[in-house]
Design a binder for this molecule. Structure first.
Ligand code: PXP
Length: 249
């Protein structure tokens, strides 16, 4: 297999903040989790500052920017408020995601093709300050081509549907979805886009995604934080890292 490069693991620490906020306490601290993730082999930390601040808060972003050695991937919706925050902190990467208040997590991909001019204008200042801008999309060729046209450096392909099909035991449909993700990754790479993938990945679903040669980064959160209840955060990340490396070798 001709891999494009080493597969990076980005650990999403939003769910640590979810636990903290559920109790209204000052712990668990997302920065502490991020530092532990860094220690356990994460290549980057992902945090989503939502408009309603339901998990990560502004002060968490400030603490992550000040305290991390690995790159911060700042997930955000296309709003003026979030753009101003990203321009202030200048994170290594910005991942644009759709956001709806009523959703529990990022449910679908962005419609870049349907809003190309606005998206291009929105990401331009972020690109100008050196952020690697990523667009979180489905695997549809129309969306991928639009991301290349607006000047994004990266696309992150949404793996949520593939994972849901797996966990529902709908294996034939899962395999079709996986094949389409593979095609999407190859197409995005052919247009010069760096390819990332994420959402819903677990020990049961990560290997086929990690084995897609064009994929260079996975962003994983919920499962790792959930698994850390049983085996600890460091071991959960180290095991994910091991499984990714095994799928890649
Ligand atoms: N990538 C993006 C763009 C996301 O929005 C999320 C969820 O916040 C993830 C990856 C991680 O998904 P999960 O928490 O299901 O692993």
């Amino acid at each position: 297999m001709n891999f494009i490069g080493k597969l990076r693991l980005g650990v999403n620490i939003d769910h640590v903040a979810t636990v903290r906020n559920a109790r209204g306490s000052s712990y668990p601290d997302p920065l502490r989790a991020a530092l532990m993730a860094q220690e356990a082999g994460a290549d980057g930390i992902t945090a989503h500052l939502r408009e309603d601040r339901r998990h990560i808060r502004d002060e968490d972003i400030a603490a992550l920017v000040a305290g991390l050695q690995v790159p911060l991937n700042f997930e955000m919706a296309a709003t003026a408020e979030m753009q101003a925050i990203a321009l202030r902190y200048r994170p290594h990467a910005v991942c644009m995601v759709p956001e709806r208040r009523e959703e529990r997590t990022t449910e679908g991909g962005l419609d870049v093709a349907g809003d190309e001019a606005n998206m291009a204008a929105f990401i331009a200042p972020l690109c100008d300050v050196g952020a690697r801008v990523s667009m979180f999309i489905g695997h549809d060729a129309r969306q991928i081509a639009a991301c290349a046209r607006i000047g994004a450096a990266v696309v992150e392909l949404h793996t949520g549907h593939y994972c849901d099909l797996h966990h529902e035991g709908r294996f034939a449909e899962r395999d079709v979805e996986l094949a389409t993700l593979r095609e999407g990754a190859a197409y995005a790479h052919s247009l010069g886009l760096e390819v990332h993938a994420g959402h819903g990945l677990t020990f049961d679903t990560v290997a086929p995604i990690a084995a897609i040669p064009e994929v260079m980064e996975l962003n994983i959160g919920h499962f790792l934080i959930a698994e850390s209840i049983f085996i600890g955060l460091g071991p959960a990340i180290a095991e994910m890292r091991r499984q990714i490396d095994a799928a890649r070798s």
